[in-house]
Write a protein that binds this ligand. Structure first.
Ligand SMILES: O=P(O)(O)O[C@H]1O[C@H](CO)[C@@H](O)[C@H]1O
Ligand SMILES: O=c1cc[nH]c(=O)[nH]1
Length: 332
C-alpha cells in the first residue's frame, strides 16, 4: 500500500497515529507488522519454539516477563560503545524528565557482551564495531521487541564516522547506504550462497531527524548517503593501516567518486542495519557525527575531550526527535 500522507519535510507533526498508519515508512514495501503495530517476523520457526534464548543478551522467553519489561519500548537506540549508550540513557532520562538512577542498570550485564539500558520508552543498546557484532545484537533485540509485543518500535543508530568534504563535528543523517562496491544492498553468505538484501532506511524517520536537527545551530547536519565499509582501514581506503598496496591517488579517486555520488560519510554498519530492520518490518534511521574529513586525511587527531562533545551531536538530534514524539503522544 502506498503512503498517502503527502508528507512535506518539517510540516508534519510527529504523531503516533501517523507513524502507525503511514506505510511509506517502509518505503512503499508491505508492512510486516500486525494491525496493532506488534512485529510479525518472517521466520515462522519462532512460533514453534517453546523457549527462545537470546544468548548474547542473556535473556530468554521462559524466565523473563518480556511484555512487562519491554512492552512499552518505542525507540531502540543503538551505537558502537557501551559508554555512549549509557550516556544516551542518562541524557534521554533528563530531557524526558524521567527519574534516573545515579547508576543506570545494564539489563544485559550477565551476557558480558553488550550493554542495554531502559529509560521509559527508550532502550539504549551498544552494538560494538562492524556487522557481525552489530547484526548479532540487532537481531536479538528485534526478537526481544517481538516477544515483548512492543508496538511500532523505531530503531535508530547513533554513530560516529569519517566525513567526506564536510566539517568534522557535523552530523550525517543517512538517506541510504552504499556498500564498498557501491551497491545499495547488504550481502551475506547463507548456506553457502551469497545473498543480498536491499538496504532501505525509513524515509520519513530520516526526514524527521533532519527536522529535529534544524534546532541545533552549533553544528551542521547533512541528509546524505552513507558508505558502509567492512573494515576501518583498507575497507575505508586508509593509507595508515598495517597493510596498504594502493597509492594516495588511488585512495583519492575512490573517495572523490563516493563524494560525487552524494556520499557524505563512511561508517561500518549502515548496510546491515538498514537491510535487517527493513526485512523485519522495523522503521530505522541513522545519525552519525563525523570525526575527520577523509578528503583531508585518515587519522582522527582531534582530542578525546572534543570527540566526546561531538559525539553528543547526534544524541541532541535523536533526543529532540524522541521528546517531540513523546510530547505529541501525551497530547493525543
Ligand atoms: O562509533 P560507532 O557507532 O561504533 O560507529 C563507527 O565507529 C566504529 C569504528 O571506529 C564503527 O563501528 C563505525 O561504524
Ligand atoms: O573514519 C571513521 C571514523 C569513525 N568511524 C569510522 O568507521 N570511520
Amino acid at each position: 500500500m502506498a503512503c498517502d500522507c503527502d508528507y512535506v519535510l518539517g510540516k508534519h507533526d510527529v504523531t503516533e497515529e501517523h507513524y502507525s498508519n503511514c506505510s511509506s515508512l517502509l518505503n512503499g514495501r508491505e508492512s510486516k507488522r500486525n494491525a496493532d503495530g506488534t512485529l510479525n517476523l518472517p521466520n515462522k520457526n519462532l512460533s514453534k519454539m517453546d523457549v527462545d534464548f537470546l544468548y548474547h543478551l542473556s535473556i530468554d522467553t521462559a524466565n523473563f516477563d518480556l511484555p512487562a519489561m519491554f512492552g512499552d519500548v518505542k525507540f531502540v537506540v543503538m551505537g558502537g560503545t557501551k559508554h555512549r549508550m549509557r550516556e544516551f540513557a542518562c541524557y534521554i532520562a533528563t530531557i524526558l524528565g524521567l527519574p534516573q538512577d545515579s547508576k543506570p542498570v545494564n539489563l544485559t550485564k550477565a551476557s558480558q557482551r553488550y550493554a542495554m539500558y531502559k529509560v521509559g520508552p527508550v532502550l539504549s543498546v551498544n552494538h560494538g564495531i562492524g556487522n557481525p557484532s552489530m547484526t548479532t545484537v540487532l537481531q536479538e533485540v528485534i526478537k526481544l521487541m517481538y516477544y515483548a509485543k512492543a508496538k511500532d518500535p523505531m530503531f535508530i543508530r547513533l554513530g560516529t564516522s569519517g566525513g567526506l568534504g564536510i566539517p568534522p563535528g557535523s552530523v550525517v543523517i543517512s538517506t541510504f547506504g552504499l556498500s564498498g562496491t557501491l551497491e545499495k544492498s547488504f550481502e551475506l553468505t547463507v548456506l553457502g550462497v551469497k545473498r543480498t538484501w536491499p538496504s532501505y532506511l525509513d524515509k520519513r524517520l530520516s526526514e524527521e531527524l533532519v527536522t529535529a536537527a534544524s534546532e541545533f545551530k552549533e553544528f551542521k547536519t547533512y541528509a546524505a548517503a552513507s558508505m558502509g565499509a567492512n573494515d576501518f582501514y583498507l575497507g575505508q581506503g586508509r593509507l595508515d593501516g598495517p597493510l596498504c598496496d594502493y597509492s594516495e591517488a588511488d585512495k583519492m579517486e575512490y573517495l572523490n567518486k563516493l563524494t560525487s555520488l552524494g556520499v557524505r560519510n563512511i561508517e561500518m554498519e549502515v548496510m546491515a542495519f538498514a537491510a535487517i530492520t527493513s526485512e523485519a518490518g522495523v522503521r530505522a534511521g541513522i545519525a552519525c557525527v563525523t570525526f575527520v574529513d577523509r578528503l583531508k586525511g585518515d587519522q582522527v587527531t582531534i582530542p578525546k575531550a572534543v570527540l566526546n562533545e561531538w559525539q553528543k551531536h547526534p544524541m541532541f538530534i535523536v533526543g529532540a526527535f524522541i521528546k517531540k514524539y513523546v510530547e505529541n503522544r501525551n497530547k493525543h
